[in-house]
Design a binder for this molecule. Structure first.
Ligand SMILES: [Zn+2]
Length: 173
C-alpha cells in the first residue's frame, strides 16, 4: 500500500494549504481507484505551484530521487475549476510516474509521450473520458479563466500586505 501524498514540494519552508491537502487526498483516491498495481517507491507530493502561462501540470523528481512532485498551475486554484480537471491533470502525471518518467520506476518507453503512450494507458485504466474532458476544457474554458486569474493576481499584488494569522502546520508523513 503506497504512502499517502500528504506533503508539498516546498516542505517545511511553505506549509501546505487546505487546498493543497485536498489535492493530496484526491491524488491518493485516484491512485487507489486506478493505479493500485503501481508501486510508489519514493515519496510523491502534490500541490499548486507556479502560474505558468499555458502549462496545466508537471511532474518532476528531485536529484536524489527521494521525492517526485506533481505540480498544478497555481492559477487553477479557483472554485470555478471543476474537480474533474484536477483529476484529469493528476491522472496524466501519474501515468508519467507509472511509466518511469520523473519516478524511480523502470521506463516503459524512450519518450514520455511517444506514440500516444499516455492516452493509451489512461484509456486502459478507465480514465479516457477525463482526458477528453481536459482537452475540451483546456481549449474552451481555460483561456478565459486564465486571463481572469491573471488580472486578479495583478490586482491582489497592488493591495497592501495584511499579516496572516499563524495556523498549525498540517501533519506531514
Ligand atoms: Zn505529459
Amino acid at each position: 500500500m503506497p504512502g499517502s501524498a500528504i506533503a508539498t514540494w516546498n516542505g517545511a519552508s511553505q506549509p501546505m494549504t487546505p487546498r493543497d491537502q485536498r489535492l493530496a487526498l484526491l491524488l491518493d483516491e485516484i491512485w487507489r481507484a486506478h493505479f493500485a498495481d503501481i508501486p510508489r517507491p519514493n515519496e510523491l507530493v502534490v500541490g499548486f505551484g507556479f502560474p505558468w502561462k499555458w502549462r496545466l501540470g508537471r511532474i518532476r523528481m528531485s536529484l536524489d530521487a527521494r521525492i517526485s512532485e506533481i505540480t498544478l498551475n497555481g492559477l487553477l486554484d479557483r472554485p470555478e475549476v471543476p474537480c474533474e480537471i484536477y483529476i484529469a491533470i493528476m491522472a496524466h502525471e501519474i501515468v508519467h510516474y507509472a511509466q518511469g518518467f520523473a519516478s524511480p520506476l523502470p521506463r516503459a518507453q524512450r519518450h514520455a509521450h511517444a506514440h500516444g503512450a499516455v492516452s493509451r494507458e489512461l484509456a486502459q485504466r478507465g480514465l479516457g473520458a477525463t482526458e477528453l474532458l481536459l482537452h475540451e476544457w483546456g481549449e474552451h474554458v481555460w483561456p478565459r479563466l486564465r486571463a481572469q486569474a491573471m488580472v486578479e493576481r495583478q490586482q491582489a499584488r497592488r493591495q497592501p500586505l495584511v499579516p496572516v494569522p499563524c495556523t498549525a502546520r498540517a501533519n506531514v508523513v
